[in-house]
Every structure is written in C-alpha cells, then in structure tokens.
Design a protein around this ligand. Sequence first.
Ligand code: SF4
Length: 91
Amino acid sequence: MTLIKVVSGVRIYSRNEGQKIQKRRSAMARLVVNQEECIGCGTCVEICPEVFELDENEKSYVKNQEGCQSCDCQEAIDSCPVGAISWEEES
Ligand code: SF4
C-alpha cells in the first residue's frame, strides 16, 4: 500500500496502481456523528453495526470507536446521505 497524501489528518492510500483509493484515519482521529444532521436512516448501522447504533431518538451515535473490522468506517462515512459522519482530530 502506498501513501498518496494526507488531507485534514486523513491518510489516503493506494493499495495497488489502478485499484480503488482507500482513505484511512490517522491514529489521533475519532469518529463523530453530528446528530443535528442525522436523519436516522440507519445506513451507517447496517454497514458498521459494531461501531454505530441508533439512540432512543433514532439518531446515530458511535458506540465503539475501535469496533470496525472491515472498512475503517470510510464506507459508512461515504454512504451517509446527509454527510453527518466525519473524522475529528483529537487534540
Ligand atoms: S447514515 Fe447518516 S443519516 Fe443515516 S443514521 Fe447514520 S449518521 Fe444518521
């Protein structure tokens, strides 16, 4: 895997030439759901049920920052219809 660049703390890698570029979080980043923007569609929960859960108000929240076993949560971020999920750098 080759590091292409770092944008706002997110490392962007290319696995192999010609293959899909994959974003990965930096070691100091954590997932954040903006509950004011969340419409409760449940897409992130379907993609990463180990990480996201809907609360009693049908708003998503991060229940386990380290729970993702498959996509580093980038698929959930990219699939949110309102862009409510993002990486936030820890200070
Ligand atoms: S995908 Fe986005 S809008 Fe849908 S539940 Fe998750 S955070 Fe909310």
